[in-house]
Design a protein. Sequence first.
Length: 159
Amino acid sequence: MTRNPTLCSLFAVLVLIGSACGAATTDQDQAGPPAVAVPVAEFRPDEGHGSGPQSPCHQYYPNIAGQTLLENDLVVVQRFIFPPGQWEGVHSHPENGVYIHLQGGEWTVRYGDYEETEVSPTGSVGWLGRVDLEDNHESVNSGTEPIDLIWVTLKEGCE
């Protein structure tokens, strides 16, 4: 079996985040990374527009459903899958966000009248600061395959 070093690194980062933030772990497999117990909460796009019912530290898209994979006093970890051709809708971003492309793709990003198309490779990681609704920000998966994205929001500074 061939291992993908990028995906193994991403898994290690997520396990590290979960362990550092108090997620439950087990000692079953000492040879590999510890398993992390992750409660999953799904939410629909209509549950928030730029901010949501749970906290200002959650990411919400008007047109994209998502899952909250982990939340504690320090972080919120969420997963979103963006179908090809689907605009997210105008939204905000909380302060201190890290994104991880589990499956990359082509994005067309819009801020008001400014628009740019870029490719985010599978495994790419980035940082995004606060974006307000007044910035008229939205993006579309302008590629041909779904984009699978993990958002990690540090709660410090967004509450």
